[in-house]
Structures are given as C-alpha cells and as structure tokens.
Design a protein around this ligand. Structure first.
Ligand SMILES: [Zn+2]
Length: 498
C-alpha cells in the first residue's frame, strides 16, 4: 500500500546568496573562494532540496584583471564572469554599481550572453545615441526581452504545496554614467513590493545598497522577511523588525545559505541563515573549473609577456594593503603612499612631489600576507608609463584643487610630499606653501596628462614647462610601466614576514 501524500501547506526552500564577486578562481594561494566550489555547494543544496535559487546581489562584471585583458582585439570586460555564472547555475542577479564601469555596448553584450535573470527595479537605460529611455533589455536574434522590475519564482514541494515567491531589486545611484538613469530606490521598491504582494505569497529583496540604506529600506518593508544585499565587501547579518538583512563576503570567500519555510495556513515565513565558508573543504566542480582554467590560461599568457613568474611571492604584508575603491577615492591610503614612493624611486632626478589618479587602483579589496606580481596587476590593471614634468605652481594649484573637489571619484589624487593644510588654507610642498610662480618637478602617470580624468591637467597647457618621457625601448627604465615600478618597489621592501 502506498502512503497517501497530502499537501500540508508548508514549503521549505533555499537561497544560495553571493554578492560582489570579481574573481572566478580561488584567492589567497587557492585557499578561499572560487566559483567552481560555489557550483559544488549549489549542487549539494539542490540535491537536498530542488527548490534552491542561486542569486548574486550585484557587482560582478568589473573590476578584474582578466576583464582588462584583450582577446581577439576586444577587452574581456566581464565575459569571463558571465560564462562562469552561467555554468555555476546562477538564477537571478541585480545590477551593482560596477556593472556600469564598462561601456554601454559591453554591458549590452554581457546581458545578451547571460542565461540568468536580471532585476532592474531602480535603474533605466538611456540609449546615448537616441536619448531614448527604456528598461534594460536582452537581445536575441529575433527578440528583445526587457529586464523586469519584479520576478516571480513558482515552486512546489513533494507533497504538493505550491507557492509563488516574488523578487524585487535595488541599485544605489553611485556610478553616474551617461547611459544609466537611477530611479528613487524607496519609491520603486515600495511600488514593486505592493505589486508583488498581490500576486505572490512571499516577497524578497535582492539589493545592492550601502548597509545603512538597506536597513532604512527594511524598516519601510515590514512584510518582506529578507533582503539579500551586496556592495559592502564583508559579511553582515542584521535585522529590522521582522526583516533580515544579509550580505556575504566579497569574491565568494563566503556565501549565505538561507533556508525559508512558508506556512500557507498562517501565511508566516521563517528565515534561517547560515554563512558558509567557501574554501578547500569544498571540492571544485569539474565543468566550472574547466572554464575557470581556460580563462586563467588566457590571463597567464598575457602576464608572462610582462613578468616571468607572476605567482611568486614578491612581498609579505602583515598590514592589510587597502586598495578598496570607496577608501582610495576619498582619502590617502597605504597603497596610495606605496605606489607614490615607488614612482618617486624610479624618477631620474629628485621630485618635489608625486601623484596619480585613485581610479587607477582597481582591485577594490584589502590584500594581506603573500603578495605576488599578479596582485600588482590586479591593483593597477591598466598599467602604462610614468612621466616626469616641470609644472608651474599656478597650474599645479588648479590641479590639486580640482582633485580635492573630485573626492569620491577616480580623479581624486593619491599623492606624496604634498598635503592640504586646513590651518594655513594652503597646499604644502616640502614644508612650504605652494608658490604659484615656482616651477615644480613632479612624477605622475602619462594617462593623467591627457586631460581625461582631471580636466585641468593637460600636456599642452602652457603651465607644463617640460615633460620627460621614458624611452619605450629601454627595458631597464621602470618608468615604462607603473606595474613594473610597483613590483620592483615591493621586491626591494623588507618583508614583514616573521
Ligand atoms: Zn557595489
């Protein structure tokens, strides 16, 4: 006699949550992270309960070293992440600010390649050619499918309990680019939740906001049991009323597994969240690992053109080197200081000051312990030559003031031997206030001299009295590539290893 299975009105389901993932391969000498391990965890969860949804709460297409490398003449720009996410089985994502680091057409290509669903609740695309505003969309050969503001997941369990779970997204308005319009996060989320409440049993948020904004939003959405968030790079678990707010660590160093139980009779949801370490205790899924390895080979082929042993230890740091974007674009950091020291060291004669744009620091992470050449490539993926300049004080004043007004942006300068004295209300160089009439000798990047990042600094400005470029054929002149400049500096620094 077969036992009769009856619908008990109770259903259990899982979310596997990732956020802020830029690296497809494991980090820290292979000990932590790695999307192939995430794929294994997903398989384990799915075997145990087919009602498992894998989500990524924004920031994955940029920045990464692989993304800046060219293949077939085109920069990779997140194609490696989309291929790996497709193979891992990611189901649902929201836009993060880093998705808009890449160009309009590059993002369109990535959306077209993705086999997962995007949520575009608080963002709209502005076509920069036509000025037309629309939702973001995915193009296939024959159709255009708009990225939805809300998405519904229909699930049924073994005894036949069936529910609909609704999702909305949210994206902070941090990365102001021409092709994106940001809608008001609170209003769009409240509207989305209202719509979903009428059509679904449970409503869940997949957000990419600062934690303060997440908690504020949670307070306004008492019926939403869980916000799965991103943007902050360290794990967070908080609660406002009945709403849980959870974020995992960046680069899949951890993942959150949320197990939810919904009771149709009481209409109550319970949430149980567990932060899982992604490390060598999880074996790597073969299929995903093969894709990760393929991209690693493409990267290594490019790296060995520049350095012989990309993965050898060049420095050991006890103190975390802070290469986080949010910090480097706002204040002077240890990484900024070290890169400037490296630049000053390769100058052909003593400089009065050194500076570079904080936007060239890209890894958006803290680095500790063994540092290899690959890490330097990740910190400064664009590379490029350094130049020495003779710059008149009045122009230098304009440049420094512009940099100060651009705090929070890539044009904010990391600098050395120059600081702003609030007391004297003046820029101080070598202990004296900046003299508009004096000509200063400085070292900076060739890129900054093009007037792209800082509008006030341009090679043709009459305030630039002389520019000294390295001979591109002289391989001993480390000014030819800031990556080599920084690698050489770290190699010669006393190691902090005990
Ligand atoms: Zn972010």
């Amino acid at each position: 006699m077969t036992p009769t299975i009856t619908d008990d009105g109770i259903i259990r389901f899982n979310f596997l949550q990732l956020n802020d993932v830029y690296e497809i391969a494991p980090l820290e000498n292979g000990k932590v992270g790695g999307m192939a391990r995430v794929a294994t965890l997903r398989k384990q969860l799915t075997n145990e309960n087919p009602n498992t949804l894998t989500v990524l709460a924004g920031d994955f297409l940029s920045p990464s070293l692989i993304g800046t490398i060219k293949r077939n003449g085109k920069r990779i720009k997140g194609a490696q992440m989309v291929e790996v996410m497709n193979a891992t089985g990611v189901d649902l994502v929201t836009f993060g600010n880093h998705e808009f680091d890449i160009k309009e057409q590059e993002l369109q290509d990535r959306i077209n390649e993705s086999e997962f669903t995007w949520l575009g609740t608080s963002v709209r695309r502005i076509n920069t050619k036509t000025g037309k505003k629309s939702k973001f969309y995915q193009e296939t050969d024959s159709t255009v499918n708009y990225v939805p503001d809300t998405w519904t997941w229909e699930i049924t369990d073994e005894d036949g309990t069936s529910i609909k779970v609704g999702f909305f997204g949210a994206t902070l308005d941090m990365n102001k680019v021409k092709y994106v319009e940001y809608l008001d996060v609170t209003n769009t989320c409240l509207e989305a939740v209202q719509t979903l409440s009428m059509q679904t049993d449970v409503v869940i948020g997949l957000t990419h906001l600062n934690v303060a904004e997440d908690l504020e939003l949670a307070a306004k959405l008492p019926k939403v049991p869980l916000l799965m968030g991103g943007h902050d790079h360290h794990h967070i678990k908080d609660m406002v009323g009945n709403t849980h707010v959870c974020k995992a660590d960046a680069n899949a160093k951890t993942a959150y597994v949320h197990t939810l139980t919904y009771n149709k009779n009481t209409r109550k949801t319970t949430v149980s969240s567990k932060l899982i370490d992604i490390n060598d205790q999880l074996h790597s899924d073969e299929e995903v690992k093969a894709i990760v390895d393929k991209w690693k080979r493409i990267m290594d082929d490019n790296l060995t053109k520049v350095v012989d042993q990309p993965y050898a230890e060049i420095y050991y740091s006890k103190v975390p080197l802070d290469a986080r974007e949010s910090v480097n674009r706002r204040e002077q950091t240890n990484v900024g200081r070290m890169i400037n020291e490296a630049m000053m060291k390769v100058a052909k004669r003593e400089v009065d000051l050194s500076f570079f744009n904080s936007g060239s620091v890209r890894i958006d992470d803290k680095l500790q312990g063994t540092i290899s050449a690959v890490d330097v490539f990740k910190i400064l993926p664009f590379g490029g030559p350094l130049v020495e300049i003779d710059i008149k004080g009045d122009l230098l004043l304009k440049v420094l003031n512009e940099s100060k007004s651009r705090v929070g942006q890539g044009a904010y300068l990391q600098r050395k031997k120059v600081f702003y004295s609030d007391k004297k209300e003046a820029w101080m160089i070598n202990g004296a206030p900046l003299d508009p009439e004096k000509v200063y000798h400085a070292i900076t990047t060739d890129f900054l001299m093009m007037g792209i990042d800082l509008k006030t600094l341009h090679v043709n400005d009459p305030g630039i009295k002389k520019i000294y470029r390295p001979d591109p054929d002289d391989r001993t002149d480390l000014r030819n590539n800031v990556i080599l400049t920084f690698i050489d500096y770290l190699i010669n620094l006393p190691s902090e290893r005990d």
